[in-house]
Write a protein that binds this ligand. Sequence first.
Ligand code: CAA
Length: 407
Amino acid sequence: MVLSEQVRPLSLALTEEHEMLLAAVRDFAQREIAPVAAEFDESGEFPLDTVRKMGAMGLMGIEMPEEYGGAGMDTLAHVLTMIEIAKADASHSTILSVNNSLYCNGILWFGTEAQKREWISPVASGEQVGAYSLTEPMSGSDAGNMASRAMLNDAGSHYIINGRKSWVTSAPYADRIVLFTMTAADNSPRPPHSDGGKNHRNITAFLIDTEQPGFSRGKTEPKLGIRASATSEIIFEDYHCPVENVLGSVGQGFKIAMTVLDAGRIGIAAQALGIAEAAYEAALIYAREREAFGAPIGSYQMIQQKIADMKTRIEAGRALIYQAVIAKERALASGGRYTTEASMAKLFCSEAAAFVTDEALQIHGGMGYSKEMPLERYYRDARITRIYEGTSEIQRMVIARRELGLR
Ligand code: CAA
């Protein structure tokens, strides 16, 4: 009896197109983003100029078909891009990831043709910024337990949305948002919480235009890391959303949210890997150059142990990401899920990023603790990868439940 699904052998090759993309993104990230990363981290300002440039390069909708304003590439292209952008600056990669994975994917996979044309194109091309809103002040990990609600009006033409959502990445600048909120189980014009059905089956996804009345933004979060990726609350007060802007079907919202998060988690794994690589490469240079007790510190075994452990975790993380990439492409081609692979990649890479950034900072000693060097920023930026798009605890829960056949 096969108890646990075997991991299939890896076969992933970079095409010429991938190589060209990688070279272009690496050059852009190091030339245009890395030099301003510390400044934007310090000010907490949203880097709109460089975000627009990422859009012009096709990076804001890298996996979206060209007919919807995207670059028409695949998951591997997305992952390679995320690693390079995160290496230069994690904040930029967060904005990129949410735009691509959480906003565009949901519409591509669940939207009507008209919705794809209207809602993907401006965001995939980078003219507008997209966001994804699931979390609420009183529900984070328990995402299905929401207080916000949408009620159908008597005419059946609009949903009236009320409530407060929190921790919405890019919200202060987002033009469009995929929103998840409660609707009545029978889609009637009555409060959703009175029907007693299983909560997650009453969640519906809506396409939100942030220019419309009834939408406002709350406080911007003062964050430890990824400080240039603006995050805020959003508030709905009798926001009228036309029924045409329901994404998928009424009550399908939780499935949409989870399906999209599987893709997003691969992106966050790649982001974590990029941050880890940046810290590791800095540590490698420092270990070669810095001398103590008459020799480069890299000649001492205690530093060598750190280098070996950092490198091993980075490469193990990359293998898990590539495995998730293959699983996702397979699922897109022939159905099925890649939930376990995505969660394993996200769990391992985010934990590895915490380890690597900490050890890299330690190798730098006092210099690592100083804002004169980027180590302390890598250390702060890595921290969020163990929290957003599902905490490490949630990833473990997802992996174990699927292994045990509980979901
Ligand atoms: N794909 C498709 N369907 C899925 C799924 C997936 N990955 N995961 C669950 N489902 C389905 C289940 O099959 C089930 O379907 P049925 O109704 O047919 O039975 C349904 O969803 C409910 O599943 P569960 O019973 O497993 O749901 P749960 O309430 O126990 O919660 C959870 C599951 C995995 C804990 C989920 O709540 C979760 O992922 N929580 C973390 C939320 C999260 O990641 N938040 C981050 C928000 S985004 C962000 O970070 C901000 C940003 O901008 C970067």
